[in-house]
Design a protein around this ligand. Structure first.
Ligand code: DSN
Length: 453
């Protein structure tokens, strides 16, 4: 019998897959939350582990036949412990399906519905799952001025529906955490949980200061390190492990595994969080994901991973520096990490149009809000770029200088089109010979740094 083959069995899906492979190979993926997982990781994710149900935890399952799944999950846990230097009285959960479910499990495990949580203001770089709600323009009020965002009537995220969510903003003068103001808000509001971390804050966070603030008000402190987990594992960014009460992270960003999440916490808290993951929020874990994560963690334990993480940061810093030479305004003036946030207000073309024009030039980025955002999140003031994926391809400072030059050329080309409707703008971008020429050069660069697809 012929081996079943995707192309023969489902040519429609196969064609979409091939197109995605081609796009990944020929374009520069520069969204900071994305990366390119190794063949070994992808092999594990596509393995027979996906066929097994294993509700429960190692050696305590509700289904028979889980002896190998137990080995798998214990292996992932022990690798996570080694990689993140997890203290001996801490535990590890590798079952949460992704970052938002991991955070929800922490809230469910440690809080009561209606308790107050305090995270970073989303437009300043926080995350939806840290309690996001918003105020429609008609409801803007003084309560939400200054460093405290007391929340809005539109409870868009489940974490703001079931908990009383307030948020702290960054300092308007420098877009940085202002620990004195955060402490003032915490003392006034007395949250039960304080959260750091997010999606667009390019600087390191002082975890000890945040833990001291949480201790002052008797709150738990959750450090969500989804974006920088790989940099922390490599020792390139500071680690909150052993400082914060709980640490959560996704596994597919700088850590370069497949999609999934890990939770670390001191044993007493971990017991409650484990019960929140299963049976509180989920049934059977995705064992194929845990298998991929296990392989990715092993890769991150290799000495080469430290050099990789150092290069990610060097590349991001080079990009930020080069872009500023072209008069791009870099939020916070630079980066300590893998991401760069560009304030486009001096350019007149904002995130949505710039991101789309860059895509036509073969450079994939995303529009983003920024501190003191005055525009809609659907058409915000900033552009977010990141270096994990292009560093995986082997690119270094020389390529970053070239990418910054291309980004500037795209901006030069589109500056005169800022007033056009989006459809007219896109049509012009698609027809632009200058943008097509950049896309061709991007493809040639990518050809010299092929992905192992
Ligand atoms: N969507 C992720 C990001 O892009 O940062 C966060 O969940």
């Amino acid at each position: 019998m012929n081996k079943p083959n995707l192309q023969k069995q489902d040519s429609e899906l196969f064609d979409i897959l091939k197109s995605e492979e081609k796009k990944q190979q020929e374009k520069l993926s520069m969204i900071p939350s994305e990366n390119f997982a190794s063949k070994a990781v992808r092999e594990a994710v596509g393995s027979v582990f996906m066929n097994k149900y294993s509700e429960g935890y190692p050696d305590a399952r509700y289904y028979e036949g889980n002896y190998h799944i137990d080995e798998l999950e214990k292996l992932a846990i022990s690798r996570a412990k080694e990689l993140f230097k997890v203290p001996s009285d801490w535990g590890v959960n590798v079952q949460a399906l992704s970052g938002s479910p991991a955070n929800l499990a922490v809230y469910l495990g440690l809080l009561e519905p209606g308790d107050k949580i305090m995270g970073m203001y989303l437009p300043d770089g926080g995350h939806l799952s840290h309690g996001w709600s918003y105020s429609p323009k008609s409801e803007r009020n003084e309560e939400n001025d200054g460093f405290l965002y007391a929340g809005g009537s539109r409870k868009v995220n489940v974490t703001s529906k079931f908990f009383k969510a307030i948020q702290y903003k960054t300092n308007p003068d420098n877009q940085l955490f202002d620990y004195e103001e955060i402490e003032k808000i915490a003392l006034q509001e007395k949250p039960k949980l304080i959260i750091t971390g997010g999606t667009a804050y390019p600087r390191e966070i002082d975890y000890r200061k945040m833990k001291a603030i949480a201790d002052k008000v008797g709150a738990y402190y959750l450090a969500d390190i989804a974006h920088e987990a790989g940099l922390i594992a490599a020792g390139v960014n500071e680690s909150p492990v052993g400082i914060a009460d709980v640490v959560t992270f996704t596994t597919h960003k700088t850590l370069r595994c497949n999609r999934g999440a890990i939770i670390l916490a001191q044993n007493d808290l971990m017991k409650k969080i484990n019960r929140a993951v299963f049976p509180g929020l989920q049934g059977g874990p995705h064992n194929h994901s845990i298998a991929g994560i296990s392989v990715g963690l092993k890769e991150a334990l290799e000495p080469e991973f430290k050099r990789y993480a150092e290069q990610i940061v060097l590349n991001a810093q080079t990009l930020a520096q080069e872009l500023s030479l072209y008069d791009f305004e870099i939020v916070t003036g630079g980066t300590d990490k893998h991401l760069v946030l560009i304030n486009l207000t001096n350019k007149g073309v904002f995130g949505k149009k710039f991101a789309r024009a860059l895509d036509h030039a073969g450079i994939i980025t995303n529009m983003n809000t920024m501190p003191q955002e005055s525009r809609s999140p659907a058409d915000p003031s900033a552009l977010r770029i990141g270096t994990p994926w292009i560093t995986t391809r082997g690119m270094k400072e020389k390529e970053m200088k070239q990418i910054a030059e291309w980004m500037n050329q795209v901006m030069e080309e589109i500056t005169g089109w800022s007033e056009d409707d989006f459809e007219v703008f896109e049509e012009k971008a698609m027809k632009s010979e200058r943008i097509s020429a950049i896309a061709q050069s991007v493809m040639e660069l990518c050809d010299n740094f092929p992905l192992d697809i």
